[in-house]
Design a protein around this ligand. Sequence first.
Ligand code: ARG
Length: 258
Amino acid sequence: MKKLMGLFLIMILAVGVLAACGGAKDSNEGDKKTLVMATSADYAPFEYIESDKSDEIIGFDVDLAKAIAGKLGYEVEIKDMDFGGLIQSLKSGQADFVLAGMTPTEKRKKNVDFSDIYYTAQHMVISKTDSGIATVEDLKGKTVGVQLGSIQEGKAEEINKTVAIKVENRNRIPELIQELKAGRFDAIIIEDTVAKGYLDKESDLTSFTMSDDPEEAGSAIAFPKDSDLTEKFNKELKNMKENGELQELIVKWFGGEN
Ligand code: ARG
């Protein structure tokens, strides 16, 4: 009898463990399905955490993801990781899509698919006000910080071909700002929209925009190759562009036109 009870207990335990292991991905909560979005939440106003208020990830990309997924009948679960790991998260099936202010470059297109561009941006060089850095030429011999795996890293490598600089990378945008403020970097390259947030609150920082095609740094949604979500999301994105919903989100988070 004791033996039987023991066996019974083990069986109950086993069922419990199995149930707990069921992945979050594509799980059915009620009748709503869930999509996993991967992002790098270091990028206000696209995706960030207002740590003094809550640990929730908020921003333009989060609203856009929830709007599009909602129209398609999905809930969104957000996974935060370093920017450099996002493409891999799609390749390994850890995420269904990436919304992270990511630019659809030719190189990335070899590994993932992209929606149309939903926002355009430009590269900006930020340095301390007293640095005397006002042009790309002024960067000569300087240490320039960029986010690992970003197109700004590519941009810095490109500058290095004509103006010799020392390129340094970090995983997170706030780390770049910290290194700049501490004097370990002479300048950093980030997108204008994200730079604005820092320039507004840090009076000892100055900036200039690199005269580039703004499309060059535009953002799009990334999907695993051949995902059937790409077309569905793109259709909803188009609708939101046409009916003004996208513009509403732009005004909400960026406070202006794009
Ligand atoms: N647009 C740039 C890129 O695709 C930078 C994006 C960085 N995004 C972020 N969430 N940190 O490389």
